[in-house]
Design a protein around this ligand. Structure first.
Ligand SMILES: [Ca+2]
Length: 198
């Protein structure tokens, strides 16, 4: 019955308000659960990468593509939170958001314990095509470099797409991504009232 849903939604809203409050305190880290709930409700201040599906050109060891969207920026490879390809020509990693989003920013965390220069020249591609595994979509940015263990944010100014690729074109290289965070809003989505009707 609808009143049960309304009670549930009111409960979720109270949790969200609590999270918004606690986020002001640096000793709490509720970002992961907050992002998941907020994505359901389509709030704007979210990391939409967390709800996506991922793939990469190949996988080195156990460094699966999901490690780049696990909500953890841990950048020492041995912490097990980085995605890592083999030494491929044009290595790539792809996030599928399942629906089209307007992308405001993409934030990439580079590996800390080794070889930060491997990311140099990587490109962020955004669009709806899977031609060349999505690597032919329009380009948001070319990464000149990211310091070891650092997180750098790239502005994509509302570029639209379901797929976000990170590709190193033109050379044989390892692609390592310790975290990829995406700020964006779903195109033609519900508005904020979806979780605010009570
Ligand atoms: Ca990670």
């Amino acid at each position: 019955p609808s009143y049960m849903w309304q009670s549930l939604i009111m409960f979720i809203k109270q949790i969200l308000l609590l999270h918004r409050f606690l986020k002001l305190s640096p000793q709490y880290n509720f970002d992961s659960s907050y992002d998941i709930i907020a994505n359901i409700c389509n709030f704007s201040e979210t990391n939409v990468a967390r709800i996506g599906q991922v793939a990469q050109s190949s996988t080195y060891g156990n460094a699966k593509p999901e490690n780049a969207i696990d909500g953890n920026r841990a950048s020492n490879y041995n912490q097990g939170s980085c995605a890592h390809t083999n030494n491929n020509l044009n290595p790539w990693w792809r996030l599928d958001l399942l629906k089209t989003y307007k992308i405001n920013t993409v934030t990439i965390t580079n590996r800390q314990d080794c070889c930060p220069e491997r990311i140099n020249g990587a490109e962020i591609r955004i669009g709806n095509s899977l031609n060349d595994n999505g690597n032919a979509n329009p380009r948001c940015a070319v990464i000149s470099s990211i310091a070891a263990g650092a997180s750098q944010t790239f502005a994509c100014n509302g570029m639209e797409g379901r797929y976000i690729n990170i590709v190193i074109p033109g050379r044989t290289e390892y692609l390592t991504l310790c975290e990829v965070e995406v700020d964006g809003t779903q195109v033609d989505s519900y508005n904020e009232s979806e979780c605010g009707w009570v």
